[in-house]
Write a protein that binds this ligand. Structure first.
Ligand code: ADP
Length: 485
């Protein structure tokens, strides 16, 4: 396995089919968050390397845009198979650089493959329209064409699957790509290059650069050859990229921050709600944009919910992701731990009660105890800001209207969850929540078949579902006249 893992661990950038170093030879160290030891390096590329990657993508686009949908579908199927054939090795690489448990890493790689398969299927269904014409002698065609070179910037929390939702639809549509993975977790991103090579995706279709985020981002946003920017990351950086892309009027898709509410009504199935809460809170050590940030629990069920949630949280096995049975790995780095500590200190100072956890784990490093805080109030930091860690603040509410209003009291609108046994309430609350995604009696809802994305400041566009390819295609209206009919 180790041999295979190291095969996918590329310490170079992929530009126009060549694995290369940065022009300056400079590198960035990559560390394992579970041990804080260096795993290797990746090139510290900047503007010049990024420009060459864009030009390579533009050259490749000239022929790739002419491939048939069936050819691209077959390439994506092969890519899916290659990912699944190497699931273990890719998962090990992911755990090594990111920290999540091997079980979750395998799940993420499986999810990457599933998105690729979905887009292999969607490639063949990027239909246009023939529209009834108001003129007797003209016909109206609406076709869809690949936008051209796309740029993808991705975060460290899902370094493999966040790319599958961008590389998948890009290839399906006939676009070419320049990809910039996060510096903390570049290997799972670079592994896409090795996989694309392996299955015969033409040179230059997928290019991958690592290095200075600012320099690479500036080139991607200002270069007129790039027609679309797709970004997953913080709202702060997302807003900046939208602004920078304005000068060349690029299409933008943004998967930004969340502040997910998780409502539990008095009539909910308590055990199911607790089970969902554990998944929606502690997945990836709480470091996902769809992780619950705020639990709102109705007064009648509040005490029993916090008791059961604390008991279940305390049972989670924390440890290095590669160890057997581990459910929660370390946080990504020391800064993440300090942020979590700050949130807990703020809550404690304002009357919050830590029921379980609340401090660094005995394992040291960036390991943190799963934490439940009762008596959360709206003046606490986590009402507004993303925790991105294993902390569950639980607020109490009285009426349905109050619960929904609290849930909506944020500028974000990505994922939301609620638990109820009442059908009428399920519809009222589902329709009342201003979110792009709603889980009703479910705490884990992401799947390639459904459109993932947010409203308000959580983003623009959707990934997955039949909508997931839309942003990679331009619509062209063709009017054919003079038919003499
Ligand atoms: P997070 O808080 O999850 O790290 P970021 O938005 O900071 O989220 O990072 C997400 C991705 O955006 C990473 O690949 C990061 O390197 C990149 N990034 C950060 N700053 C910039 C920037 N100024 N321009 C372009 N990309 C950036």
């Amino acid at each position: 396995m180790l041999q295979k893992t190291s095969h996918y661990m590329r310490q170079a950038n992929l530009i126009g089919g060549e694995w290369v170093q940065a022009d300056s030879g400079a590198t960035i160290d990559v560390t394992n968050p579970a041990t804080t030891l260096k795993i290797g390096t990746v090139p510290k590329s900047g503007r010049a390397e990024t420009r060459r990657a864009i030009e390579a993508a533009q050259t490749a686009f000239q022929s790739f845009r002419k491939t048939s949908a069936l050819e691209r579908s077959k390439l994506l199927r092969k890519l899916h198979d290659a990912i699944m054939d190497n699931q273990e090795a890719l998962a090990e690489l992911l755990t090594m650089e990111q920290g999540k448990s091997l079980t979750e890493a395998k799940g993420e790689i499986g999810s990457s493959a599933a998105y690729v398969l979905w887009f292999a299927e969607e490639a063949r269904r990027a239909y246009g329209d023939i529209v009834p014409s108001p003129w007797a002698d003209r016909r109206i065609l609406v076709t869809r064409e690949p936008v051209g070179v796309i740029a993808a910037i991705t975060p460290w929390n899902f370094p493999s699957s966040m790319l599958s939702r961008k590389i998948g639809p890009a290839i399906a549509a006939g676009c070419t790509a320049v990809v910039k993975p996060a510096s903390q977790t570049p290997y799972s991103g670079l592994a896409w290059g090795a996989l694309c090579e392996e299955v015969g995706i033409p040179k230059g279709v997928v290019n991958i650069v690592t290095g200075s985020a600012g320099e690479i981002g500036d080139e991607l946003c200002s270069n007129p050859l790039v027609k679309k920017i797709t970004f997953t990351g913080s709202t702060e950086v997302g807003k900046m990229l939208i602004e920078k892309s304005a000068s060349t009027v690029k299409k933008v898709s943004m998967e930004l921050g969340g502040n997910a509410p998780f409502l539990v009504f008095d009539d909910a199935d308590l055990d199911r709600a607790v089970e969902g809460a554990i998944t929606a809170k502690y997945r990836n050590s709480g470091q996902t944009c769809v992780c619950t940030n705020r639990f709102f629990v109705q007064a009648g069920i509040y005490d029993s919910f916090v008791k059961k949630l604390s008991e279940a949280s305390a049972k989670l096995k924390v440890g290095p992701g590669l160890d057997a049975g581990v459910q929660q790995g370390p946080l990504i780095d020391e800064k993440a731990v300090e942020k979590v500590e700050e949130f807990i200190a703020d809550a404690s100072a304002k009357g919050g009660k830590v029921l379980t956890g609340g401090k660094r784990h005995a394992l040291g490093g960036s390991f943190f105890e799963p934490t439940v805080i009762a008596g959360a109030t709206t003046d606490m930091k986590f009402m507004k800001d993303e925790i991105f860690g294993p902390v569950a603040p639980v607020f109490k509410f009285e009426t349905e209207e109050e619960g929904v209003a609290l849930a909506n009291d944020t500028e974000f609108g990505l994922a939301s969850y609620f638990y109820t046994g009442d059908l009428g309430r399920a519809f009222r609350v589902m329709e009342g929540l201003k979110y792009g995604m709603v889980g009703v009696n479910e705490g884990l809802i992401t799947t390639p078949e459904a459109p993932f994305g947010g409203v308000k400041e959580s983003g623009l566009g959707r990934e997955g579902g039949h909508q997931g390819i839309d942003d990679y295609l331009d619509t062209k209206y063709v009017c054919i006249g003079g038919l003499g009919l």
